[in-house]
Design a protein. Structure first.
Length: 321
C-alpha cells in the first residue's frame, strides 16, 4: 500500500478504511447481539422470579388453609366447600383473614375469599373478597380478572398482578393447566399442583421454563366417606352395616341411620345442632338392625360425622322388607 519512499497511495488508504469499517461493523454487531441476549436474559430471569414469588405466596396461603366444618340440615348435609372455584386456570378458596374484623361485623370467623386466576394475556392475578355479614356473598363474575366493587358486595375488592409472561394458554404447543388436583370433588382435595410455564418470546428459543410446586393442604380436614351395606331378614328387619366407611385422617366416626320417611324421629341425644344426626335417624352405631314400622320399600341412608363435624352421606337407598 506504500511506495518505496514510504508514501501511502489513495487505493491503499481506501482499502484500509474499508477493512476498518468491516471490523468495526462486526464488533458493533457482536456488541449489539450480546446486549440483546443480556437484556432478554434479564427479562426472562425477572419473569421467572416473579412466577416463583407468585407460587410462594399461593403455597403459603394454601398450606395454612383450614376450612370450617359443614352444617347438617333437615334435608341432609350442607358441606362447607373451602375451594369455591376449582378449574385448570382458576382457583378460589375461603380462608381466615389475619386482619382484625371491622366493628359490628357478624362474620365471626373473619373469613375471606382469595382467588388466583390466569387471564388470556398471560397474567396471573390475585383477587380478594371480604364481607361483614353472616352469609358470604357469592361472586357473580367468572372472568379473569373479575370487576372490582365495594366491600361486602358480590364483587372482588382488590387485585394484584403476581406474574406475567405465563404462556400455559398462549403457547399452542403447551395448553397446560396451571392448577391440578388430586380429587374431582372440591370437598376431598388434599393436594394441589401449580405449574407456571414462563416465556417472554414465543417466536424464538429458548422454550418456556417450568416453574412448579406442589402443595399439601396439611390443615384441611377432609370429609369422611360413608359406605353402607345391608341384609334383609324377615325376622330382624333390615340389618345395616357401615363398617366400610372411612375417615381420611383416621379419626373415629359417628354413624346415623336415617329412614327418610321418618322425619319426625331422631334418636340422637346430642344437644349440639351441628353435631346432631339428621331428622329421620332411627338408629346409631356402625351396625344396626332396623325393624321398620311396616313392610314395604324403605329409603335408607347412612350419615357419618368426624370429630370436627364434617359429614359424609351414602344413599338414600331403596330397600324392600
Amino acid at each position: 500500500m506504500s511506495s518505496e519512499r514510504g508514501e501511502i497511495s489513495l487505493t491503499g488508504l481506501l482499502v484500509a478504511m474499508l477493512l476498518f469499517g468491516i471490523v468495526m461493523a462486526a464488533t458493533l454487531l457482536v456488541f449489539q447481539t450480546s446486549e440483546t441476549v443480556t437484556r432478554d436474559t434479564m427479562k426472562r430471569t425477572d419473569a421467572q422470579d416473579r412466577a416463583r414469588v407468585a407460587e410462594e405466596i399461593l403455597a403459603k396461603n394454601l398450606r395454612n388453609l383450614a376450612g370450617p366444618p359443614g352444617n347438617l340440615t333437615a334435608g341432609g348435609v350442607e358441606q362447607a366447600q373451602t375451594l369455591v372455584t376449582k378449574s385448570d386456570y382458576d382457583l378460589a378458596f375461603e380462608t381466615v383473614d389475619p386482619a382484625a374484623p371491622n366493628a359490628g361485623s357478624t362474620n365471626q370467623s373473619n373469613v375471606k375469599r382469595v382467588r388466583y386466576c390466569l387471564d388470556d394475556a398471560g397474567k396471573l392475578y390475585k383477587q380478594q373478597q371480604t364481607w361483614t355479614g353472616t352469609a358470604p356473598p357469592a361472586p357473580t363474575s367468572t372472568v379473569c380478572p373479575a370487576p372490582l366493587g365495594a366491600a361486602g358486595s358480590n364483587q372482588w375488592q382488590t387485585q394484584t398482578i403476581l406474574a406475567d409472561n405465563v404462556v400455559n394458554k398462549l403457547d399452542p404447543g403447551l395448553n397446560l393447566p396451571v392448577f391440578t388436583y388430586d380429587s374431582t370433588d372440591p370437598t376431598r382435595v388434599s393436594q394441589i399442583h401449580v405449574n407456571l410455564m414462563v416465556n417472554i418470546d414465543l417466536a424464538h428459543r429458548p422454550r418456556a421454563t417450568t416453574i412448579a410446586t406442589g402443595i399439601f393442604l396439611r390443615n384441611q380436614n377432609r370429609v369422611p366417606v360413608a359406605a353402607m351395606t345391608w341384609v334383609v331378614s324377615p325376622a330382624q328387619g333390615i340389618i345395616l352395616n357401615g363398617s366400610a366407611s372411612v375417615d381420611p385422617e383416621g379419626q373415629p366416626l359417628k354413624y346415623c341411620w336415617v329412614d327418610t320417611a321418618q322425619t319426625s324421629v331422631n334418636v340422637d341425644p346430642e344437644p349440639n345442632a351441628q353435631a346432631r344426626c339428621p331428622a329421620g335417624t332411627v338408629g346409631m352405631g356402625v351396625a344396626f338392625a332396623y325393624l321398620p314400622p311396616a313392610h314395604g320399600s324403605r329409603s335408607i341412608q347412612l350419615a357419618v360425622k368426624d370429630p370436627v363435624d364434617q359429614w359424609g352421606i351414602d344413599g338414600p337407598h331403596s330397600i324392600s322388607w
